[in-house]
Design a protein around this ligand. Structure first.
Ligand code: AMP
Length: 460
């Protein structure tokens, strides 16, 4: 790897570089590439970057570099975030990178008593990560003096505005010293955020990484229109048997369950190690899986969308979308894993009749049609299980209703056959994986069910 592409290009100290390497980050993401040097040089920063782009490390690393080591008892850096969950995530990133320093980070969040947090603050802290109100509450308790805060980061500013935190933010701005370095990150830039940036930032440098709505020219994209989920799994297996063509493959699935099931199935059938990353796995096992894939220990990685953003694994020959992402930008992110750095790559998407609707939307987003490829006859499973048919019919009705609210729908007239569980009414739900051979007693989990809930879950 060229030196100017890795983290050693930044003027970070050894403690930080070691922690970065341990986190498995080899190459800075675009926002890191742009933001880290500017922040290290002391500029205020206005970053337009959605979650998943690596924005957290983009500001955490410069903050840690600036603070260097523990000092006195009052906080010197403040990171504000709109939600408890995000505060805890940021705190985790800070701890991960501060591992080889003695810097003290304290997360302050509501929902718990103030006293322990105030006591922890009073014991000495370098960095506070907090929701706006809790910062004010702990400050009001007299636990710390804000006058030493010289670095102030606001993350997900658009969300903070949506959640009505402007008043709290104004009060915080009154108690921190006027001379500070500031950075504001936001996924979008509505007027309210622009206004806040105007109040908060001093001659900021602006950096932007849009969720690219165009896919790289070097990526061939194609679609297999399949009748059912069974065909997807057959086809996946058939494609991956071609080791010469499919040298390094990421398979994306909508749900964690599907991802795990696919990984187990492929491992069993292909008898090669297959790695899986999704949000249920702890960070360590995610890192190990990524590392194995990066190092070539395993040439197949099955992932949900958490892995599709921010990560840069080079030389991926193929991205296979086992199902169509319902968040259309995710398609672009998933496909972006291949064809990186001007290398050619191939992105293949499996599409059932119920998913075609989303493909038309994706084609609108990327402003081009995606090529169709005929499904090899041997892969086609003629029979679509009853429940899967029902699911698809219901989904097709839902789509038609979305475009035409007056559409009555064909599905609601169909009655489940006696003895059949009605999907959505306590039945087992979506289709299942089946082992080859007798179709009974399959143990696999759900695949490509409605998936809406998990697919729309916030990423990052
Ligand atoms: P964020 O946008 O900060 O929420 O980061 C999204 C995900 O990308 C997190 O899981 C990070 O651990 C990961 N990530 C961030 N930067 C890098 C990098 N340079 N290399 C690999 N993974 C990264």
């Amino acid at each position: 790897m060229q030196e100017d592409q890795d983290f050693s290009q930044f003027k970070l100290n050894k403690q930080l570089l070691t922690a970065v390497a341990e986190a498995g980050y080899t190459k800075p993401t675009e926002i890191q590439q742009k933001a880290i040097p500017l922040m290290l040089a002391g500029h205020d920063l206005f970053g337009i970057a959605p979650t998943g782009t690596g924005k957290t490390a983009a500001y955490v690393l410069p903050v840690l570099m600036k603070l260097k080591y523990a000092q006195d008892i009052h906080p010197r850096a403040l990171i504000l975030a709109p939600t408890r969950e995000l505060v805890m995530q940021i705190d985790e990133v800070v701890r991960q990178f501060a591992k080889y320093t003695d810097l003290r980070c304290l997360p302050l969040i509501g929902g718990k008593g103030i006293k322990p947090q105030a006591e922890a603050a009073a014991a000495g802290v370098d960095i506070i990560v907090s929701t706006p109100q809790r910062f004010l509450d702990v400050y009001a308790s007299g636990a710390f003096l804000p006058r030493f805060i010289k670095t102030f980061i606001m993350d997900e500013a658009d969300k903070m505005m949506d959640m009505g935190f402007k008043g709290q933010i104004n009060r915080i701005l009154e108690v921190v010293p006027p001379k500070r370095q500031n950075a504001l990150f936001s996924a979008t830039m509505p007027d309210r955020v622009a206004e806040l940036a105007g109040d908060f930032l001093d001659f900021p440098e602006r950096v932007e990484v849009a969720p690219q709505a165009t896919t790289a020219e070097t990526i061939d994209q194609l679609i297999y229109e399949v009748p059912n989920n069974r065909t997807k799994i057959n086809l996946l297996l058939q494609l991956l048997q071609d080791r010469e063509r499919f040298t390094r493959v990421i398979v994306f699935a909508k749900t964690r369950q599907t991802a795990s099931d696919i990984a187990k199935y492929l491992q069993r059938k292909l008898m090669v190690p297959v790695r899986v990353v999704h949000a249920n796995k702890d960070q360590n096992s995610r890192n190990n899986a990524m590392e194995d894939f990066r190092e070539g220990e395993s040439h197949i990685l099955v992932a949900t969308d958490i892995a599709s953003r921010g990560l840069d694994i080079s030389d991926v020959s193929h991205v296979i979308n086992f199902d169509v992402p319902l968040v259309y930008d995710d398609y672009v992110h998933r496909v972006g894993r291949t064809g990186r750095a001007e290398k050619s790559g191939e992105a293949i998407t499996f599409v059932t009749p119920a998913e075609l609707y989303h493909i038309t939307k994706i084609e609108e987003l990327i402003s081009k049609p995606i090529l169709r490829e005929a499904v090899p006859q041997e892969a086609i499973a003629e029979e679509t299980p009853f429940e899967e048919r029902q699911d698809m019919a219901r989904e097709l009705d839902r789509q038609k209703r979305k475009d035409n609210p007056d559409f009555k729908g064909a599905f609601h007239e169909k009655k489940a056959r006696p003895g059949q569980s009605q999907p959505g009414k306590g039945g087992p739900g979506g289709p299942k994986f089946k082992k080859k051979g007798p179709n009974k007693n399959s143990k696999g989990g759900k695949i490509a069910g409605k998936g809406g809930k998990s697919a729309r879950r916030k990423k990052g």
